[in-house]
Ligand binder design. Sequence first.
Ligand SMILES: *[C@@H]1O[C@H](CO)[C@@H](O)[C@H](O)[C@H]1NC(C)=O
Ligand SMILES: *[C@@H]1O[C@H](CO)[C@@H](O)[C@H](O)[C@H]1NC(C)=O
Ligand SMILES: *[C@@H]1O[C@H](CO)[C@@H](O)[C@H](O)[C@H]1NC(C)=O
Length: 421
Amino acid sequence: MSRSRLPVLFVLAASLVVLASGQPRPVVVPVTKDTATSLYTIPFYDGANLVVDISGPLVWSTCQRGHLPANFACKSDTCKLANAYPVPGCPTAGCGGDPRKDMTCTTYPYNPVTGACAAGNLVHTRFVANTTDGKNPVRQVSVRAVSACGTAKKLLASLPRGASGVAGLAGSGLTLPAQVASSQKVAKKFLLCLPTGGANGDGVAIFGGSPLYLEYTGSEEYTSSLEHTPLVARKGSPAYYVAVKYIALDNSRVPLPPLALATGGVVLSTTAPYTVLRADVYRPFLAAFREATAAQWQYAKKPREVKPVAPFGVCYDARTLANTRMGFMVPSVTLALGGEKNWTMTGVNSMVAVKPGSKVCLAFVEMKEVKAGDGKAPAVIVGGFQMENFVMQFDLERKRFGFLRLPYYAQCGHFNFTRSS
Ligand SMILES: *[C@@H]1O[C@H](CO)[C@@H](O)[C@H](O)[C@H]1NC(C)=O
Ligand SMILES: *[C@@H]1O[C@H](CO)[C@@H](O)[C@H](O)[C@H]1NC(C)=O
Ligand SMILES: *[C@@H]1O[C@H](CO)[C@@H](O)[C@H](O)[C@H]1NC(C)=O
């Protein structure tokens, strides 16, 4: 038999296995917002919850019973994948820095909030979730996965109470979407719909390319009307970057230093509670926002600034801003993306109630400890608050990001998690 036929046979055999076990289906999990930390978690198995980190290259947790040591060799592809993105401040990963006697893989679980990292092992684990048709859970599945486990206590510092690790969802080889795609034979893409938290219910994450329906909105399917922008690769990072040409407030561009946005780029993050702007972007943005908001009184009440509460730069007396179905009436913030697509955020995604009913603040904050124009720091880190109630699709095959702001009558908290019979 010629060599070229072998892969074909393999693919055929793999498809037969899939046919025998039914159509491959994407996998759904609820996404919970932790009120204390503003981080989002998903259940992984048996009550183990992991923090959602779309920039993380690994799935990791504290070491537990039921983890089977994987004993990957230093030189194995899996070890290389696990260490493809060395974390700044961690020892040299893989087996270069501190080779073990048996030459098994060392990897470095990393806490995206504190920056702590510690040596860990690769283990075999299971991601227990449900398949879905986009409307309800269908059937429970146990997805084979490789994760890292570490024992250092500091790894869990500042993560939500009850979280035992991090689910990395970045665009590299050992992340949860990549592993679900290869174990379940589904598309290498995932949907994320982050909830606003509290009584508004759990949001939803679907791995594998799926339609999305929500309760109370009947047959409305949300992924067919996504806007798309290319994902931009950045050397040395598995995170999701997008190209932003300019930032606008209502219809006027915020005057920024030339190349400010291109320097460092714009990255999406589920572990930054609010969007972080580097100082050379934040300062002109804040000035323009205050000016545009003050100019609004011609249409409504005159917005009154009150003493800002850290980390926010400007706050208003809530009673002086009109409150609408799109949130407080302030100039909308638009990120003008590559592909002529606008990501527009109205008051619901730009203003946070610090003291409900009395004080609301602009939910964009200044980056700390970075010199203005530092080429390594991103210009903008789009944070969780700005993504809530948006349907987001990360397509790792076509390398594009799709997004859609849900209409006011729909919410990420409205996925129907009751199994259909
Ligand atoms: C799967 O869905 C059922 C029905 O909603 C639910 O009871 C079960 O907890 C789900 N399993 C997982 C692992 O989420
Ligand atoms: C994007 O937003 C800008 C600023 O608000 C506006 O001028 C432009 O026409 C919008 N483009 C599209 C394609 O909607
Ligand atoms: C959720 O799904 C279940 C099972 O299909 C269905 O019986 C129930 O009516 C749905 N709930 C809502 C609010 O649509």
